[in-house]
Design a binder for this molecule. Structure first.
Ligand SMILES: CO[C@H](O)c1c[n+]2c([nH]1)[C@H](O)[C@@H](O)[C@H](O)[C@H]2CO
Length: 449
């Protein structure tokens, strides 16, 4: 019998993303994405792995929806490959591309699973990157047109939309750190990209409200972290405030309050002359309130002052004595409770969804025909309990999408990092249940743990 019972209509789900699971990278008219290009550059991805085949979900989606049904999922969060629908990013639609997503949505609904669609999860059409990609303000209208098309075609059946997945990662991992596509290392550009992403989110929200199927819910997904000072020193506390601003408030404030946080805006504009904000931009952002905030939570950050960068004067540390996942991420379930309560308090009680939470572990043990991933089961148990503590504190948490439904292409780490509830053998593409999936099925059945 479950001890921790969740609200009656709590939405238990799992999440994936197009480039990480679909494969079919050049099938049926799909255009090239920046991740197709980036993953084929030698040295960018561990083992030279690419998303050419991935989990071959493009061809095996019916089998995967069957697995979701057996799991008892209430919802499934997935992303649409922009270049599969618009091979050149704009202009002609690829009929076989949109047909795939129509079939996927219909298969989910036929199995009683609510689709939640992420419009953008990092696989930009390469053709748009040739024009400067997210660094070129023209992308804002391209994204709004792409979104409006999908609202029109899928909006009669899809009632939960996420404009962007983790704009921080798109901007800083892709345009400053260089470890993600398009592999640029230009901090002022990265900050300008954040503005174009946030502005495009607002334009997409407005397009949704104007669409004939705009009666659902739309939000954004942010990767958020509690930012904890490594010591009580003034410099470490200042570093933690900077990380909270750079990682969290820079995105939360515009999409939930309609303005950038003054401290970070001043820092960026004085030191980077970025972003350029055109007249009307902030009014557009402020006039586009969303219905929910999606949160990707994996760990909290412990931060100390550092001169390692002249502007981003912080360094994350790895506390001794903690448990870590295969990504070397500290396991901090209480950080999830703290984050949810803070968001509820500081942003006026928004509807919240955990749109990603999960962990990579080695998954190298079997128990009969099942992968024995007790470490992932424990991780999820701890984080579900942490979410329950936030619910008891009055947070309007509406659902939880575990990352991920299946093992998949973990970006620059390739296939060596496994986050799935379902194990993928990349030689045979066979799907195998893990113990965490069997356990999750009971949590969903009992609506609690
Ligand atoms: C610090 O974790 C980030 O918030 C984060 C973790 N993750 C993500 N964002 C992405 O949204 C997924 O595509 C990744 O596969 C997943 C696992 O790495």
């Amino acid at each position: 019998m479950a001890q921790l019972i969740f609200p009656k209509d709590f939405l238990w789900g799992a999440a994936t993303a197009s480039y990480q699971i679909e494969g079919g990278a050049a099938d049926d008219g799909k255009g090239e994405s920046i991740w197709d290009r980036f993953s084929h550059i030698p040295g960018k991805v561990t083992n030279g792995d690419t998303g050419d085949v991935a989990c071959d979900h493009y061809h095996r989606y019916r089998e995967d929806v069957r697995l979701m049904k057996e799991l008892g999922l209430k919802g499934y969060r997935f992303s649409i490959s922009w270049p599969r629908v618009f091979p050149n990013g704009r202009g002609a639609v690829n009929p076989q591309g949109i047909d795939f997503y129509n079939r996927l949505v219909d298969e989910l609904l036929a199995n009683g699973i609510e689709p939640a669609v992420t419009l953008y999860h990092w696989d930009l059409p390469q053709a748009l990157q040739e024009n400067g990609g997210w660094g070129n303000r023209a992308i804002v209208d391209d994204f709004a047109a792409y979104a409006a098309y999908l609202f029109d075609v899928l909006g009669d059946r899809v009632k939960k939309w996420i404009t962007h997945n983790e704009p921080w990662v798109v901007a800083f991992a892709g345009h400053f750190q260089g470890r993600h596509a398009p592999g640029l290392t230009d901090l002022p550009l990265a900050v300008q990209v954040t503005h174009h992403l946030i502005l495009s989110h607002a334009k997409a929200v407005q397009a949704y409200r104007a669409s004939k199927h705009g009666d659902g819910q739309i939000g954004i997904t942010l990767n958020l972290y509690p930012s904890v000072p490594a010591s009580d020193s003034e410099s470490d506390r200042a570093a933690a405030t900077l990380v909270d601003g750079h990682n969290n408030r820079w995105f939360l404030d515009p999409v939930l309050k309609g303005e950038y946080p003054a401290d970070i805006l001043r820092l960026y504009q004085e030191r980077l002359n970025s972003p350029v904000i055109e007249p009307g931009d902030m009014e557009c952002i402020a006039a586009s309130p969303m219905d929910f905030l999606g949160i990707n939570y994996y760990f909290q950050k412990v931060v100390k002052h550092s001169e390692v960068h002249p502007i981003l004067q912080f360094e994350e540390i790895k506390p001794e004595g903690s448990e870590y996942t295969a990504m070397n991420w500290e396991i901090t379930p209480q950080g999830l409770t703290d984050l949810l309560v803070r968001l509820d308090r500081d942003y006026h009680h928004p509807d919240l969804y955990i749109t990603e939470n999960g962990a990579a572990f080695k998954d190298d043990r079997r128990d009969g025909g099942v992968v024995d991933d007790q470490d992932r089961l424990k991780f999820l148990q701890q984080h579900f309990a942490a979410a329950h503590r936030a619910l008891e504190a009055g947070v309007k948490l509406k659902g939880y999408y575990v990352w991920s439904l299946m093992d998949n292409f973990e970006w620059a780490h390739g296939y060596g990092k496994r986050f799935g509830l379902i194990y993928i053998d990349y030689q045979t593409l066979e799907r195998t249940w893990k113990k965490s999936a069997l356990w999750y099925r009971e949590v969903i059945r009992d609506n609690g743990l």
